[in-house]
Write a protein that binds this ligand. Structure first.
Ligand code: NAP
Ligand code: MG
Length: 503
């Protein structure tokens, strides 16, 4: 009996199945789009303040689009200063009256309930996130949403154990936390921030990125259904001005920001002298080191997931690849073959590896950097797969070879599926090149020699270092950077420390 892929292959190639295989033809899967019927989009979304969906005073709206099609998904309200005031007031009231008065184990129960409700509605969250963000369904389904639930579960476990957070010391909550998040992992970034804040007894006003507010607004429904007291979590949607009004609000005691280094610097300046606790998770230009004794095929998979995963929209993307000179040709040839297999296309298709770039602005920014670097005469390679959709913001995975640390693509955070490849001859040279950056978010290294891994990772200046793997996250491990990649840590007990006063 012929399988569907046999039939597809015959349709696409005149060669018989076996000889097609030998000739190196790639099998393709039939289309397997996830149904969107589970998602009920509203025409317009209000703000979520004091436990209710509330129209914004400004009446202004923004369009949230599906970057894979350009279609407008919904209108999002823009919160002005008055709306931000109301949200902070409601969070303050909840901090004083309801959330501040209940026992830690009751807090824990609410967080467990939210985690379970996210799991129950996981498919709905995954489809909505894919529609609004453009990332493949296999990522939202297998990475983003499970990690969101895991963060709520993890911090639910901490809520009644805060007496053990700092041995011998008591801790208490800070008050109202203002949280501003980016578009690359919309719901996951919200979970990173809301779960520890609530576990420690704080209340929250959070602003999502203007292009990806929908999953957080769906979380508002879960929050309502969980019975969480009104005002404990408030959501103000809008653009940069909404975020700026929120972080500098006088009744906010803690600011947590994830986003670009540029906006992070502005926020630091805005809150200076305001006696607010501040954590910043900013950009990166992370180095990925491949030693000649590495398991090459596994390292290729690590590199692919390090830069092409999520279209390269990952703050800790391994965008600077440093390969030991003796294996450069072998490695690059394998990488070329591997990126030819990456399927770029409909993010809702279960076989898609790379979806759409989140917005036209990001798409143009990435294209411009690629074009400038090509004009610099760098050796360029992109996937040969021709069938990327014409509509929507799609880019092929690509890399530049023979680059030096002074080239633009090795210095600037691109936030797209673009890799720069350079070489080293000794571990010392690898360390020196890896550390030659303003950033310090993450790094990865591949070697079969544990002593080399120990020595080199000890000298890399990066907040997170992966050995023989890349882009792995867990709610129990802290995450954060050095230098222009930010300050403070999120995740694990370190993430909780950012939301308490130690007495
Ligand atoms: P962004 O432009 O800095 O925006 C981040 C958030 O800040 C958005 O909600 C944005 O609103 C808001 N914002 C803009 N101007 C503001 C201002 N003056 N005051 C307060 N808030 C303001 O970053 P992005 O382009 O969304 O995200 C990409 C960046 O995030 C990359 O640099 C990436 O490395 C970084 N990132 C870091 C981590 C980490 O953990 N270190 C994780 C994920 C992403 P609008 O959406 O309306 O502009
Ligand atoms: Mg969108």
């Amino acid at each position: 009996m012929k399988t569907t892929s046999d039939q597809n292959l015959e349709k696409k190639s005149p060669l018989a199945h076996e000889s097609a295989h030998q000739a190196g033809f790639q099998f393709d899967y039939d289309d397997a789009p996830e149904s969107t019927s589970i998602v009920q989009l509203k025409e317009k979304y209000d703000l979520f303040v004091d436990g209710k969906f509330t129209p914004s005073k400004s009446k202004e709206t923004l369009d949230s689009i599906n970057p894979a099609t350009g279609e407008v998904l919904a209108k999002i309200s823009v919160a002005g200063d008055e709306d931000v005031d109301k949200a902070v007031e409601s969070a303050n009231k909840a901090f004083q009256k309801s959330w501040g008065q209940i026992t830690p184990s009751e807090r824990s129960r609410y967080l467990f309930r939210i985690a379970r409700m996210i799991q129950e509605r996981a498919r709905e969250f995954a489809v909505l996130e894919t529609l609004d963000n453009g990332k493949p369904i296999k990522e939202t389904r297998d990475v983003d949403i499970p990690l969101v639930a895991a963060h709520f579960f993890y911090y639910a476990g901490w809520a009644d154990k805060l007496d053990y957070l700092v041995p011998g010391r008591k801790v208490k909550p800070i008050g109202v936390a203002a949280q501003v998040i980016p578009w690359n992992f919309p719901l996951l970034m919200a979970a990173w921030k809301i779960a520890p804040a609530l576990a420690a007894g704080n209340t929250v006003v959070i602003k999502p990125a203007e292009t990806t507010s929908l999953s957080l607004l769906l979380l508002a429904e879960v929050i309502q259904d969980s019975g969480l007291p009104p005002g404990v979590v408030n959501i103000v949607t809008g653009a940069g001005a909404t975020g700026a009004a929120l972080v500098s609000h006088k009744d906010v005691q803690k600011v947590a920001f994830t986003g670009s280094t540029e906006v992070g610097k502005k926020i630091s300046q805005a809150v200076i002298g305001q006696n607010k606790k501040l954590t910043l998770e900013l950009g990166g230009k992370s180095a990925h080191l491949i030693f000649e004794d590495a398991a090459i095929d596994q390292a290729i998979e690590g590199v692919v997931s390090g830069i092409y995963f999520n279209q390269g929209h990952v703050c800790c993307a391994g965008s600077r690849l440093l390969v030991e000179e003796s294996i450069l040709d072998t490695f690059v040839n394998k990488l070329k073959k591997r990126i030819d297999q990456i399927r770029v296309g409909n993010p809702l298709d279960k076989n898609t590896d790379m979806g759409a770039i989140n917005s036209e602005a990001e798409y143009n920014k990435i294209k411009n950097i690629v074009e400038t670097s090509r004009k610099e005469g760098l050796e360029y390679f992109e996937s040969h797969k021709q069938d990327i959709p014409e509509k929507g913001f799609f880019l092929k995975p690509c890399f530049f070879k023979g680059v030096s640390n002074s080239h633009l693509i090795m210095r600037k955070e691109i936030f797209g599926p673009v890799l720069g490849i350079s070489t080293f001859r000794t571990p010392q040279e690898a360390i020196q090149k890896a550390n030659d950056t303003h950033y310090g978010l993450a790094a990865g290294l591949w070697s079969e020699k544990a002593s080399k891994i120990q020595k080199v990772s000890g000298e890399l200046k990066a907040g997170v270092i992966w050995a023989n793997t890349y882009n792995k996250f867990d709610p129990a491990s802290p995450f954060g950077g050095y230098f222009e990649s930010g300050m403070g840590r999120e995740g694990g007990l370190h993430g909780l420390l950012a939301y308490v006063e130690v007495q």
